[in-house]
Ligand binder design. Structure first.
Ligand SMILES: *Cc1c(COP(=O)(O)O)cnc(C)c1O
Length: 324
């Protein structure tokens, strides 16, 4: 069945997404670290979406959404605005499904990201982020070209796709007591909560945000969506200003809590992944682990899942983080 973009997704939609993604997305590994276990006095299970296709979980939501396009939508193709991991995810999913894709990016976006997006066959349309409104440009382009706009998180099929990472983890590692998930707009967290509610109802799902951008924590406490100014943080995938109309109600209903971490704690987590686990993680991808370490929850004796959400980071920037 086709799920409407504005309907609230359920666990069944996550299960259907998993079926669609079979053979298309990687079933990413779950890594362990005796250092992490000893440090926490717990058993820690890292779900490594930094090893997903295009380097982040976003491929799951993108492919699940594009695979449900009608024939007419396929012919018109897909449009997205993003300077980050959503761009590459949409570009690759479109290439695999043989449809045109256009990605709207600021003209000063990193050259490596533009090149990667073009490398997957998408057209990159640039705009000036100081003088032009990307949403207006995207809407106009979508209309002129008959393309379908796919947003990065506030979309039922995107949320359902993102939930498949946690579904894999719960199926592989039973009896988790906690799951730590980072959040920006909350697509990954909402999808993870849908998976948890059915597959591991006893598991407490904790969201992790940058300290400077704690809009989700404020929203949870206030009981409505709180909007903030674009936060300053090295976690560029979590620089969102607000949760979405679909992600908020799911998170408000089912999240255990939302905790925050500082940029210094994120850098410490990056170094842990590099030094101890030999794996490259981007700052946003390290949020969940930093939250498990510094979020103030007593995890001794617990079985703890940690979603490592992505690994796309400019190497010179990464080197600076490791050296600091
Ligand atoms: C997009 C992204 C996030 C945030 O995901 P939301 O669904 O917006 O909460 C976290 N980490 C990485 C690596 C991302 O690309």
């Amino acid at each position: 069945m086709t799920l409407l973009p504005h309907a609230l997704p359920t666990y069944d939609d996550v299960a259907e997404a998993a079926y669609r993604l079979k053979g298309m997305a990687h079933h990413t590994p779950v890594l362990r670290s005796s250092t992490a276990d000893a440090q926490m006095g717990a058993q820690v299970f890292f779900k490594c979406e930094n090893l997903q296709r295009t380097g982040a979980f976003k491929f799951r939501g993108a492919f699940n959404t594009l695979a449900q396009f009608s024939d007419a939508q396929r012919r018109g193709g897909v449009l997205a605005f993003s300077a980050g991991n959503h761009a590459q995810a949409i570009a690759l999913a479109a290439q695999l499904l043989d449809m045109p894709a256009a990605i709207v990016m600021p003209e000063d976006a990193p050259a490596s990201k533009m090149a990667a997006t073009r490398g997957y066959g998408a057209q990159v349309v640039t705009y000036n982020r100081y003088t032009e409104d990307r949403e207006a440009i995207s809407r106009r382009l979508a209309q002129e070209r008959g393309m379908t706009l796919v947003p990065p998180f506030d979309h039922a099929q995107v949320i359902a796709g993102q939930g498949t990472a946690a579904k894999e983890l719960f199926e592989e590692v039973p009896d988790l007591d906690y799951l730590f998930v980072c959040l920006g707009g909350g697509g990954l967290m909402a999808g993870s909560l849908l998976a948890a509610r059915t597959l591991a109802p006893q598991c407490k799902v904790v969201g992790v945000e940058p300290e400077a951008g704690n809009d989700a924590q404020q929203s949870l406490r206030a009981g409505h969506i709180v909007r903030i100014d674009t936060p300053r943080t090295i976690a560029d995938g979590a620089q969102t200003q607000a949760l979405g109309e679909l992600t908020f109600p799911i998170i408000a209903a089912h999240a255990e809590d939302i905790v925050t971490v500082s940029d210094a704690q994120l850098m410490q987590a990056l170094r842990f992944f590099a030094e101890r686990m030999k794996t490259v993680v981007e700052p946003t991808g390290a949020l969940a682990w930093a939250g498990a370490c510094h979020g103030g929850l007593d995890l001794r004796g617990a079985r703890v899942g940690v979603v490592v959400s992505g690994g796309n980071v400019d190497l010179s920037r990464y080197a600076r983080f490791l050296a600091d």
